[in-house]
Every structure is written in structure tokens, then in C-alpha cells.
Design a protein around this ligand. Structure first.
Ligand code: C2E
Ligand code: CA
Ligand code: CA
Ligand code: CA
Length: 273
């Protein structure tokens, strides 16, 4: 531009290029990681607030990424999305999670779904096929979506949600409290569950307003027939306040980190007091 001069523009282009190059490098690593079967699915317990027992788990993808070392999903999911690799990766996570949890009929399963996956007009059919292949009961499965997806194409979202419900699968709204979700918007989509984001739930122990917002959300959800999960519970005080606020289920490091399936099986009889 005229104001900054050519030097700046070139610097900016160079920075953009190197970001793009890094993304391409990770994209290629994801592709070869998938070929080498490097991706794993770990599970984080979801605790029933009344019985204090693990009633469900959330599947979370893990990438040990040999030899470079572990890369967290926040660093690679978006690259998998823009490159289209999320379709295969998402399908892998869903299939593996259903296989892993199938034998444990006392546990439900919640799986994250990217907006990109939902855009696939055959998404619901693919879910139906995984359920059939793995013999995982549809009524033990919940899919977690974010509002980005719902706002992007409300008509498609409504159709997808109702098709999934017809299969018997539940749908949760993830990361509630981070975006623009309003009561009107909650009413238009038939979610089974609202997951209150850790950026709100994690504040209840030193912010009265956050606690009041959680109680309010619980009341709205219950008027709409939706259950509430609080995420990111990290200490006992938060746990107690979130139970008091009426959350149905709790999830966070206070109870357990995400773990491989074998460790989950060991943990599932624990009662969290
Ligand atoms: P999310 O769906 O909101 O998942 C919860 C994240 O919070 C997980 O991070 C979990 O390890 C972390 N977490 C759980 N309890 C606590 C806590 O008490 N405190 C704090 N600070 N964090 C806690 P993770 O596994 O790194 O995943 C990050 C995000 O990546 C997920 O956020 C989700 O959006 C995405 N993701 C993970 N696995 C998948 C997947 O299989 N498919 C898709 N599409 N997205 C995934
Ligand atoms: Ca989630
Ligand atoms: Ca979340
Ligand atoms: Ca998130």
C-alpha cells in the first residue's frame, strides 16, 4: 500500500506464506499419520451430578505424532477441516469410539463433530452405517456440535438434527456461553443437551455473576427440556457450586483427565464424593 510502503507489504506476505507453509506441512503430517494409524481416541469421564458416578464419556482425539511429539487437537483440527482430511479423521474417531465403548452398556458416548463434517449431505447416513457396523446402540450415542455450524446453515442444521434424532442419537450444543447463543436460538434447535463452556463454568468459584449465569442457563434449559453439562470443573468448590446451580452432569480435571479406554474401564466404578 502507499502508506506503509512496499517493504511492509512484502513482510506481511512473507509471514502469510510461512503460516501457509506450516499449515501445509501439518496437513501432510496428518495425512501420513493417518496412513500409519497414529491417531488415538481418549475419553474423559462425564459425571452424573446426583449419583456422582461416571455415566458417560467424551471422545477426544489424540495425536502422539511420531517423531515430532504430541500435537493437541486445537492445533490440528482446523487444518484437518480446511484440507478436507476431517471427513476421514472424524469418521475414524466415531468408529473407534463406538467400537471401544460398545461392550460397556452402562456408559454413554459423546463425540465431537466438526462443522465441516455436518456439511456433508451424507453425514447422517455415515453415522447410521457406523452404528450398524459397530453394533453400538444409537441411544447411547450423542454428537456434540458448536454454534458455528448451526449459525452457518440453520436449515441444514435443523434437518441434520432431526435426522440424527430419528436414528435415536442425541445432539448436544458444545461450548455454550462463548458465542451468541440466545434463548430464541436454543428454541429453534432441538438439542438434548447444552454443554456450558469451561470459560464460564470455570469462573463460578470466584465470580458471582458467572454462578448466576449458570443457574439461569439451567433454568432456561430445563424449560426447554434440555439437560446441562458443565465443562472444565477443576476444583471441589466449582463442583459444589455447579451441582447447587442444578447442572445435570459435570466434566473436568477435578474428576479425571482424558484417558485411554483401558484406564476408563478401571475408573468407571468410582464414586466421586
Ligand atoms: P471441547 O470439545 O470443548 O473439549 C474439551 C476440552 O477441554 C478438551 O481439550 C479437554 O481435554 C479439555 N478439558 C477437560 N477438562 C478440563 C478442565 O477441567 N480444565 C481445562 N482447562 N480443560 C479441560 P482437548 O482434548 O485438547 O480438545 C480441544 C478441542 O479440540 C475440543 O474442545 C474440540 O473442540 C476439539 N476436538 C477434540 N477431539 C475432537 C474430535 O475427535 N473431533 C473434532 N471435530 N474436534 C475435536
Ligand atoms: Ca466437546
Ligand atoms: Ca466444549
Ligand atoms: Ca471447544
Amino acid at each position: 500500500s502507499k502508506i506503509t510502503g512496499k517493504g511492509r507489504v512484502t513482510q506481511y506476505d512473507a509471514a502469510l506464506n510461512s503460516v501457509r507453509e506450516q499449515q501445509l506441512a501439518i496437513e501432510n503430517e496428518i495425512r501420513s499419520g493417518m496412513e500409519r494409524d497414529e491417531f488415538e481416541v481418549w475419553y474423559q469421564p462425564i459425571i452424573d451430578a446426583r449419583s456422582q458416578k461416571m455415566t458417560s464419556v467424551e471422545a477426544l482425539v489424540r495425536w502422539p505424532r511420531r517423531p515430532a511429539g504430541e500435537l493437541g487437537p486445537d492445533a490440528f483440527i482446523s487444518i484437518a477441516e480446511t484440507s478436507g482430511l476431517i471427513y476421514a479423521l472424524g469418521q475414524f474417531v466415531l468408529r473407534r469410539a463406538c467400537q471401544d465403548l460398545e461392550p460397556f452398556s452402562d456408559l454413554k458416548l459423546s463425540v465431537n463433530i466438526s462443522p465441516a463434517q455436518f456439511r456433508d449431505p451424507e453425514f447422517e447416513e455415515k453415522v447410521a452405517r457406523v452404528i450398524e457396523m459397530t453394533r453400538f446402540p444409537a441411544n447411547r450415542l450423542q454428537l456434540e456440535v458448536t454454534e458455528t455450524y448451526v449459525l452457518e446453515n440453520p436449515e441444514r442444521a435443523r434437518a441434520a438434527i432431526s435426522n440424527l434424532k430419528a436414528l435415536g442419537t442425541a445432539v448436544a450444543l458444545d461450548d455454550f456461553g462463548t458465542g451468541y447463543s440466545s434463548i430464541g436460538y436454543l428454541r429453534r434447535f432441538n438439542f438434548d443437551t447444552i454443554k456450558i463452556d469451561k470459560s464460564l463454568a470455570g469462573l463460578v468459584d470466584n465470580d458471582e455473576q458467572a454462578a448466576a449465569l449458570v443457574s439461569g442457563t439451567v433454568r432456561i434449559a430445563s424449560a426447554l427440556g434440555m439437560a446441562v453439562v458443565a465443562e472444565g470443573v477443576e476444583n471441589e468448590k466449582q463442583m459444589k457450586l455447579l451441582r447447587l446451580a442444578g447442572c445435570d452432569q459435570l466434566q473436568g480435571f477435578w474428576f479425571s483427565q482424558p484417558m485411554p479406554i483401558e484406564a476408563i474401564i478401571e475408573l468407571r466404578k468410582v464414586r466421586y464424593v
